[in-house]
Ligand binder design. Structure first.
Ligand SMILES: Cc1cc2nc3c(=O)[nH]c(=O)nc-3n(C[C@H](O)[C@H](O)[C@H](O)COP(=O)(O)OP(=O)(O)OC[C@H]3O[C@@H](n4cnc5c(N)ncnc54)[C@H](O)[C@@H]3O)c2cc1C
Length: 524
């Protein structure tokens, strides 16, 4: 990829800043239309919000309550397309809304029937009313005291960071050039118009000046920092808000059904969801001062999640039960600068064009990334004065596409790549060894991540190529020395690099622990 960047002649059609869902979606869309596209990500792909979501591919039931039918329709359509194009990572999931007062059953029942109707033929399953007994049968650990019954409905679930990596691979297969660990530091101008970016390779320190016919700012919570590179007086458009999750052992919610609480005391939605054989509980909505690559849950947020989970489950989780806790920042869109054009493509995402031609795409959600990218590239092609070409992503299969991943067991989320990982394990028996006695992650996944998934650090492997950091932060710290050794072999690194990697990973991962016994310092 570095060679492709350095050997490219002339300006790129598009330089995309940011390698989360939005930027990666734009890279796929642009390159699959045959435009030349370069994507630069300052850290790792999906390091930002895109690896910290609730992992739902959903229409957004709550927008229905706000009467925003168009938004729900759009998201439900995208939900269906994502299932079609990435069936190895997206699957349907039953949700139960437990009812503790008599009116909740009919109230939520009608709303969810409407959700079914809007989904139409791309629906994941029909909602229906459940008796108290049926609700308990579905969720044996649901709090039975005062339970009246429930409503079951269906939505989608996925693995966000794995999808992001497969999206980067898809964009590359379509001819795109994508680099992680290259940070955009400035905007190049010609006659007041954006003509490219200045960037630095964070691994080597090498600086680049890169020409582009259009620059797309897809930096999520960092949107305003990149807009300020273009225009230091640009009024901020992002109002950042933090959402926190806690991860618990599966025994808190056995079975395959999630719980959705439409309204907690303070009006938030709360989910408890089975995910990779753990339970994910979230989320909160706390205003924060600004963007951070490592937002941290506050004690109040963790307490809020524990208290509310305890209300709906027979066993009350405590801080000691938290296997991991993580935070993500919602790039909520506020008001645009005066005199600038804000093409609000939908209430959910915002496409903004600065007077210099800098294109900013932000807001929205994971589920709608494809539509966001389609809208962005349509607009960017106009700004770059490129030949009009149709979007092809509605039917473009994503890397790893596979219709039946069940036979791949623990490697199912690799989809069509799984047989190649199995071959790695057959060729070298060391690669079949688990990285931890309590977990199914094997050495082959580290080797694969380095060779085919652009993993550069221990964190890349443990946080986003595998999801160990989110599933069991403590166990992931124990895995770090082994991961560092395997990566060092693949990337040609020395002992000092390994030691540095293990130390920085352990320090990062300790931030994902809520409390519990102290973590020993692993050595490489
Ligand atoms: C708590 C929470 C739960 C959510 N749950 C769901 C859900 O279940 N389903 C759903 O559909 N949506 C969900 N969302 C929304 C969804 O996660 C986001 O809309 C989406 O991930 C945003 O992606 P993005 O690419 O715009 O931003 P990001 O993922 O943050 O990506 C921006 C990237 O830009 C990079 N960057 C910044 N500055 C620079 C620079 N100067 N140079 C190069 N790179 C730079 C950053 O490092 C980052 O990786 C959730 C959001 C939150 C906060």
């Amino acid at each position: 990829m570095v060679r492709a960047l350095e050997s490219h002649e002339g300006p790129w059609d598009f330089v995309i800043v940011g390698g989360g869902a939005t930027g990666l979606g734009c890279a796929i869309d642009a390159s699959s239309r045959g435009y030349s596209a370069l994507l630069l990500e300052q850290h790792d792909f999906a390091k930002g919000t895109s690896s910290r979501s609730t992992k739902l591919v959903h229409g957004g039931v709550r927008y229905l309550k706000q009467g925003n039918v168009a938004l729900v329709l759009e998201a439900l359509k995208e939900r269906g397309l994502l299932l079609k194009n990435a069936p190895h990572l997206v699957h349907d999931l039953p949700f139960v809304v437990p009812n503790y007062t008599w009116w909740e059953g009919p109230y939520y029942g009608i709303g969810l029937k409407m959700y079914d109707l809007l989904a139409g033929r791309s629906g994941f399953g029909r909602s229906k009313h459940l008796s108290k007994e049926e609700t308990i049968e579905r969720i044996p650990t649901i709090e039975p005291d005062g339970l009246d019954g429930g409503v079951i409905y269906y939505d989608g679930q996925f693995d966000d960071a794995r999808l992001a990596i497969n999206m980067a691979q898809t964009a590359a297969e379509q001819g795109g050039v994508l680099l992680n660990y290259v940070r955009v530091t400035g905007v190049l101008k010609k006659d007041e118009e954006v003509a490219g970016v200045r960037a630095v390779d964070e691994e080597t320190g090498k600086e680049y000046e890169i020409g582009a016919k259009a620059v797309i700012n897809a930096t999520g919570a960092f949107t305003d920092a990149v807009r300020a590179m273009d225009d230091p007086s640009a009024k901020p458009m992002i109002i950042p808000s933090q959402g926190v999750h806690i991860v618990l052992d599966r025994s808190f919610l056995p079975g395959d059904t999630a719980i959705m609480v439409p309204k907690t005391d303070d009006g938030r939605i709360l989910f408890a969801i089975p995910w990779h054989d753990r339970v994910l509980v979230g989320t909160t909505d706390t205003p924060v001062d600004g963007a951070s690559l490592e937002p941290r849950p506050t004690e109040e947020e963790i307490e809020f999640l524990l208290v509310h989970t305890a209300r709906y489950l027979t066993r009350d989780p405590g801080p000691e039960d938290i296997l991991s806790t993580f935070a993500g920042i919602r790039p909520l869109v506020g008001v645009a600068s005066e005199g600038e054009e804000t093409a609000s493509v939908s209430r959910d995402h915002t496409l903004h064009i600065a007077p210099s031609g800098l294109i900013t795409i932000t807001g929205g959600k994971w589920t709608t990334y494809r539509k966001m990218a389609e809208d962005t590239i349509d607009q960017a092609a106009l700004i770059a004065d490129l030949e009009d070409r149709d979007c092809v992503t509605k039917s473009l299969r994503l890397h790893g596409y596979h219709e039946n991943t069940e036979p791949f067991g623990a490697l199912a989320s690799y989809g069509s790549d799984a047989p190649e990982l199995e071959a790695l394990m057959r060729d070298d028996e060391r690669y079949g060894e688990p990285l931890h006695p309590d977990h199914a992650v094997v050495a082959a996944q580290v080797v694969w991540a380095a060779r085919h998934e652009a993993a550069r650090t221990v964190e890349d492997v443990l946080a986003r190529r595998t999801r160990m950091l989110l599933l069991d932060a403590r166990a992931s710290i124990a895995m770090a020395p082994r991961v560092a050794r395997l990566l060092a072999e693949e990337l040609g690194r020395d002992e000092a690099w390994q030691q540095g990697q293990v130390e920085s990973y352990a320090s990062l991962a300790r931030g994902y622990l809520a409390s519990g016994p102290p973590v020993s310092h692993p050595t490489a």
